[in-house]
Write a protein that binds this ligand. Structure first.
Ligand SMILES: *Cc1c(COP(=O)(O)O)cnc(C)c1O
Length: 220
């Protein structure tokens, strides 16, 4: 499989400041190696055990991102090495990241997951809940967590205008949160949205991290 061609056809269309997260979940380490050799250095995984196994045998200069729903009791397994946790969906989970990061002597960058899709997905803060969480301010007492932006998933639909509207809502939230809570914090700068079928829309709506699996590695 020609990873280089697929990856280049995506990265060549990304504006400056937007990065590709190659989502390698359920694909073997040979696939990770292929994408690595083609230049990818950021990989996204959504299962803790699989991520740990790959991290142990793959090159050390890979940035591993955890992109899926993270169970609180598994944070400890990835805290020593994970570069970014995309989907903080409860205050409870953030507290656990703080605790485990402190044990490792690390500061772990995290994104707040927003629930903006129409679907009854279980995960993420509504924009109102997320605003309340930020206002309430507990996160300011978490020196081992660095809130770095937001992430979301759009509704699984062919309706491009709906997808665009959802990304726009997430981006509007990001801008408002930036202004209200992180105006002087350069590291609050990431908007993680866009997958294989909607990354072009995501890029045009301000995504800084697109999470693409199938379009690089094929079906899972
Ligand atoms: C699997 C997954 C992706 C990648 O999806 P593709 O459609 O294969 O590109 C992106 N984000 C999350 C959270 C995922 O779980």
């Amino acid at each position: 499989m020609d990873y280089e061609l697929k990856i280049r056809s995506i990265t060549s269309q990304l504006p400056e400041g937007t990065r590709l997260v190659a989502v390698s979940k359920f694909h073997p380490t040979e696939a990770v190696r292929g994408a690595y050799d083609a230049g990818c250095r950021i990989f996204g995984e959504s299962h803790v055990q699989e991520l740990r196994e790959k991290q142990q045998i793959m090159p050390e200069d890979i940035e591993w991102h955890f992109i899926g729903h993270l169970q609180t009791n598994k944070v400890k397994y990835i805290a020593p090495f994970v570069s970014l946790i995309h989907a903080i969906d409860t205050p409870h989970l953030l507290r656990e990241v703080e605790k485990q990061a402190a044990k490792c002597g690390r500061v772990i960058p995290c994104l707040l997951q927003l629930h903006v899709a129409q679907e009854e997905t279980k995960f993420g803060f509504t924009p109102d809940e997320c605003m309340e969480f930020l206002s309430e301010g507990e996160w300011r007492q978490m020196p081992h967590v660095r809130l770095s932006g937001i992430m979301c998933m759009a509704t699984n639909t062919d309706d491009e205008e709906q997808i665009r509207g959802e990304f726009r809502r997430a981006h509007d939230f990001f801008l408002k949160a930036k202004e209200m809570f992180f105006a002087d914090t350069d590291s609050f700068c990431e908007c993680s949205y866009g997958m294989s079928d909607d990354w072009k829309i995501a890029v045009s709506e301000g995504s800084t991290l697109i999470r693409v699996g199938t379009a690089i590695f094929g079906p899972r």
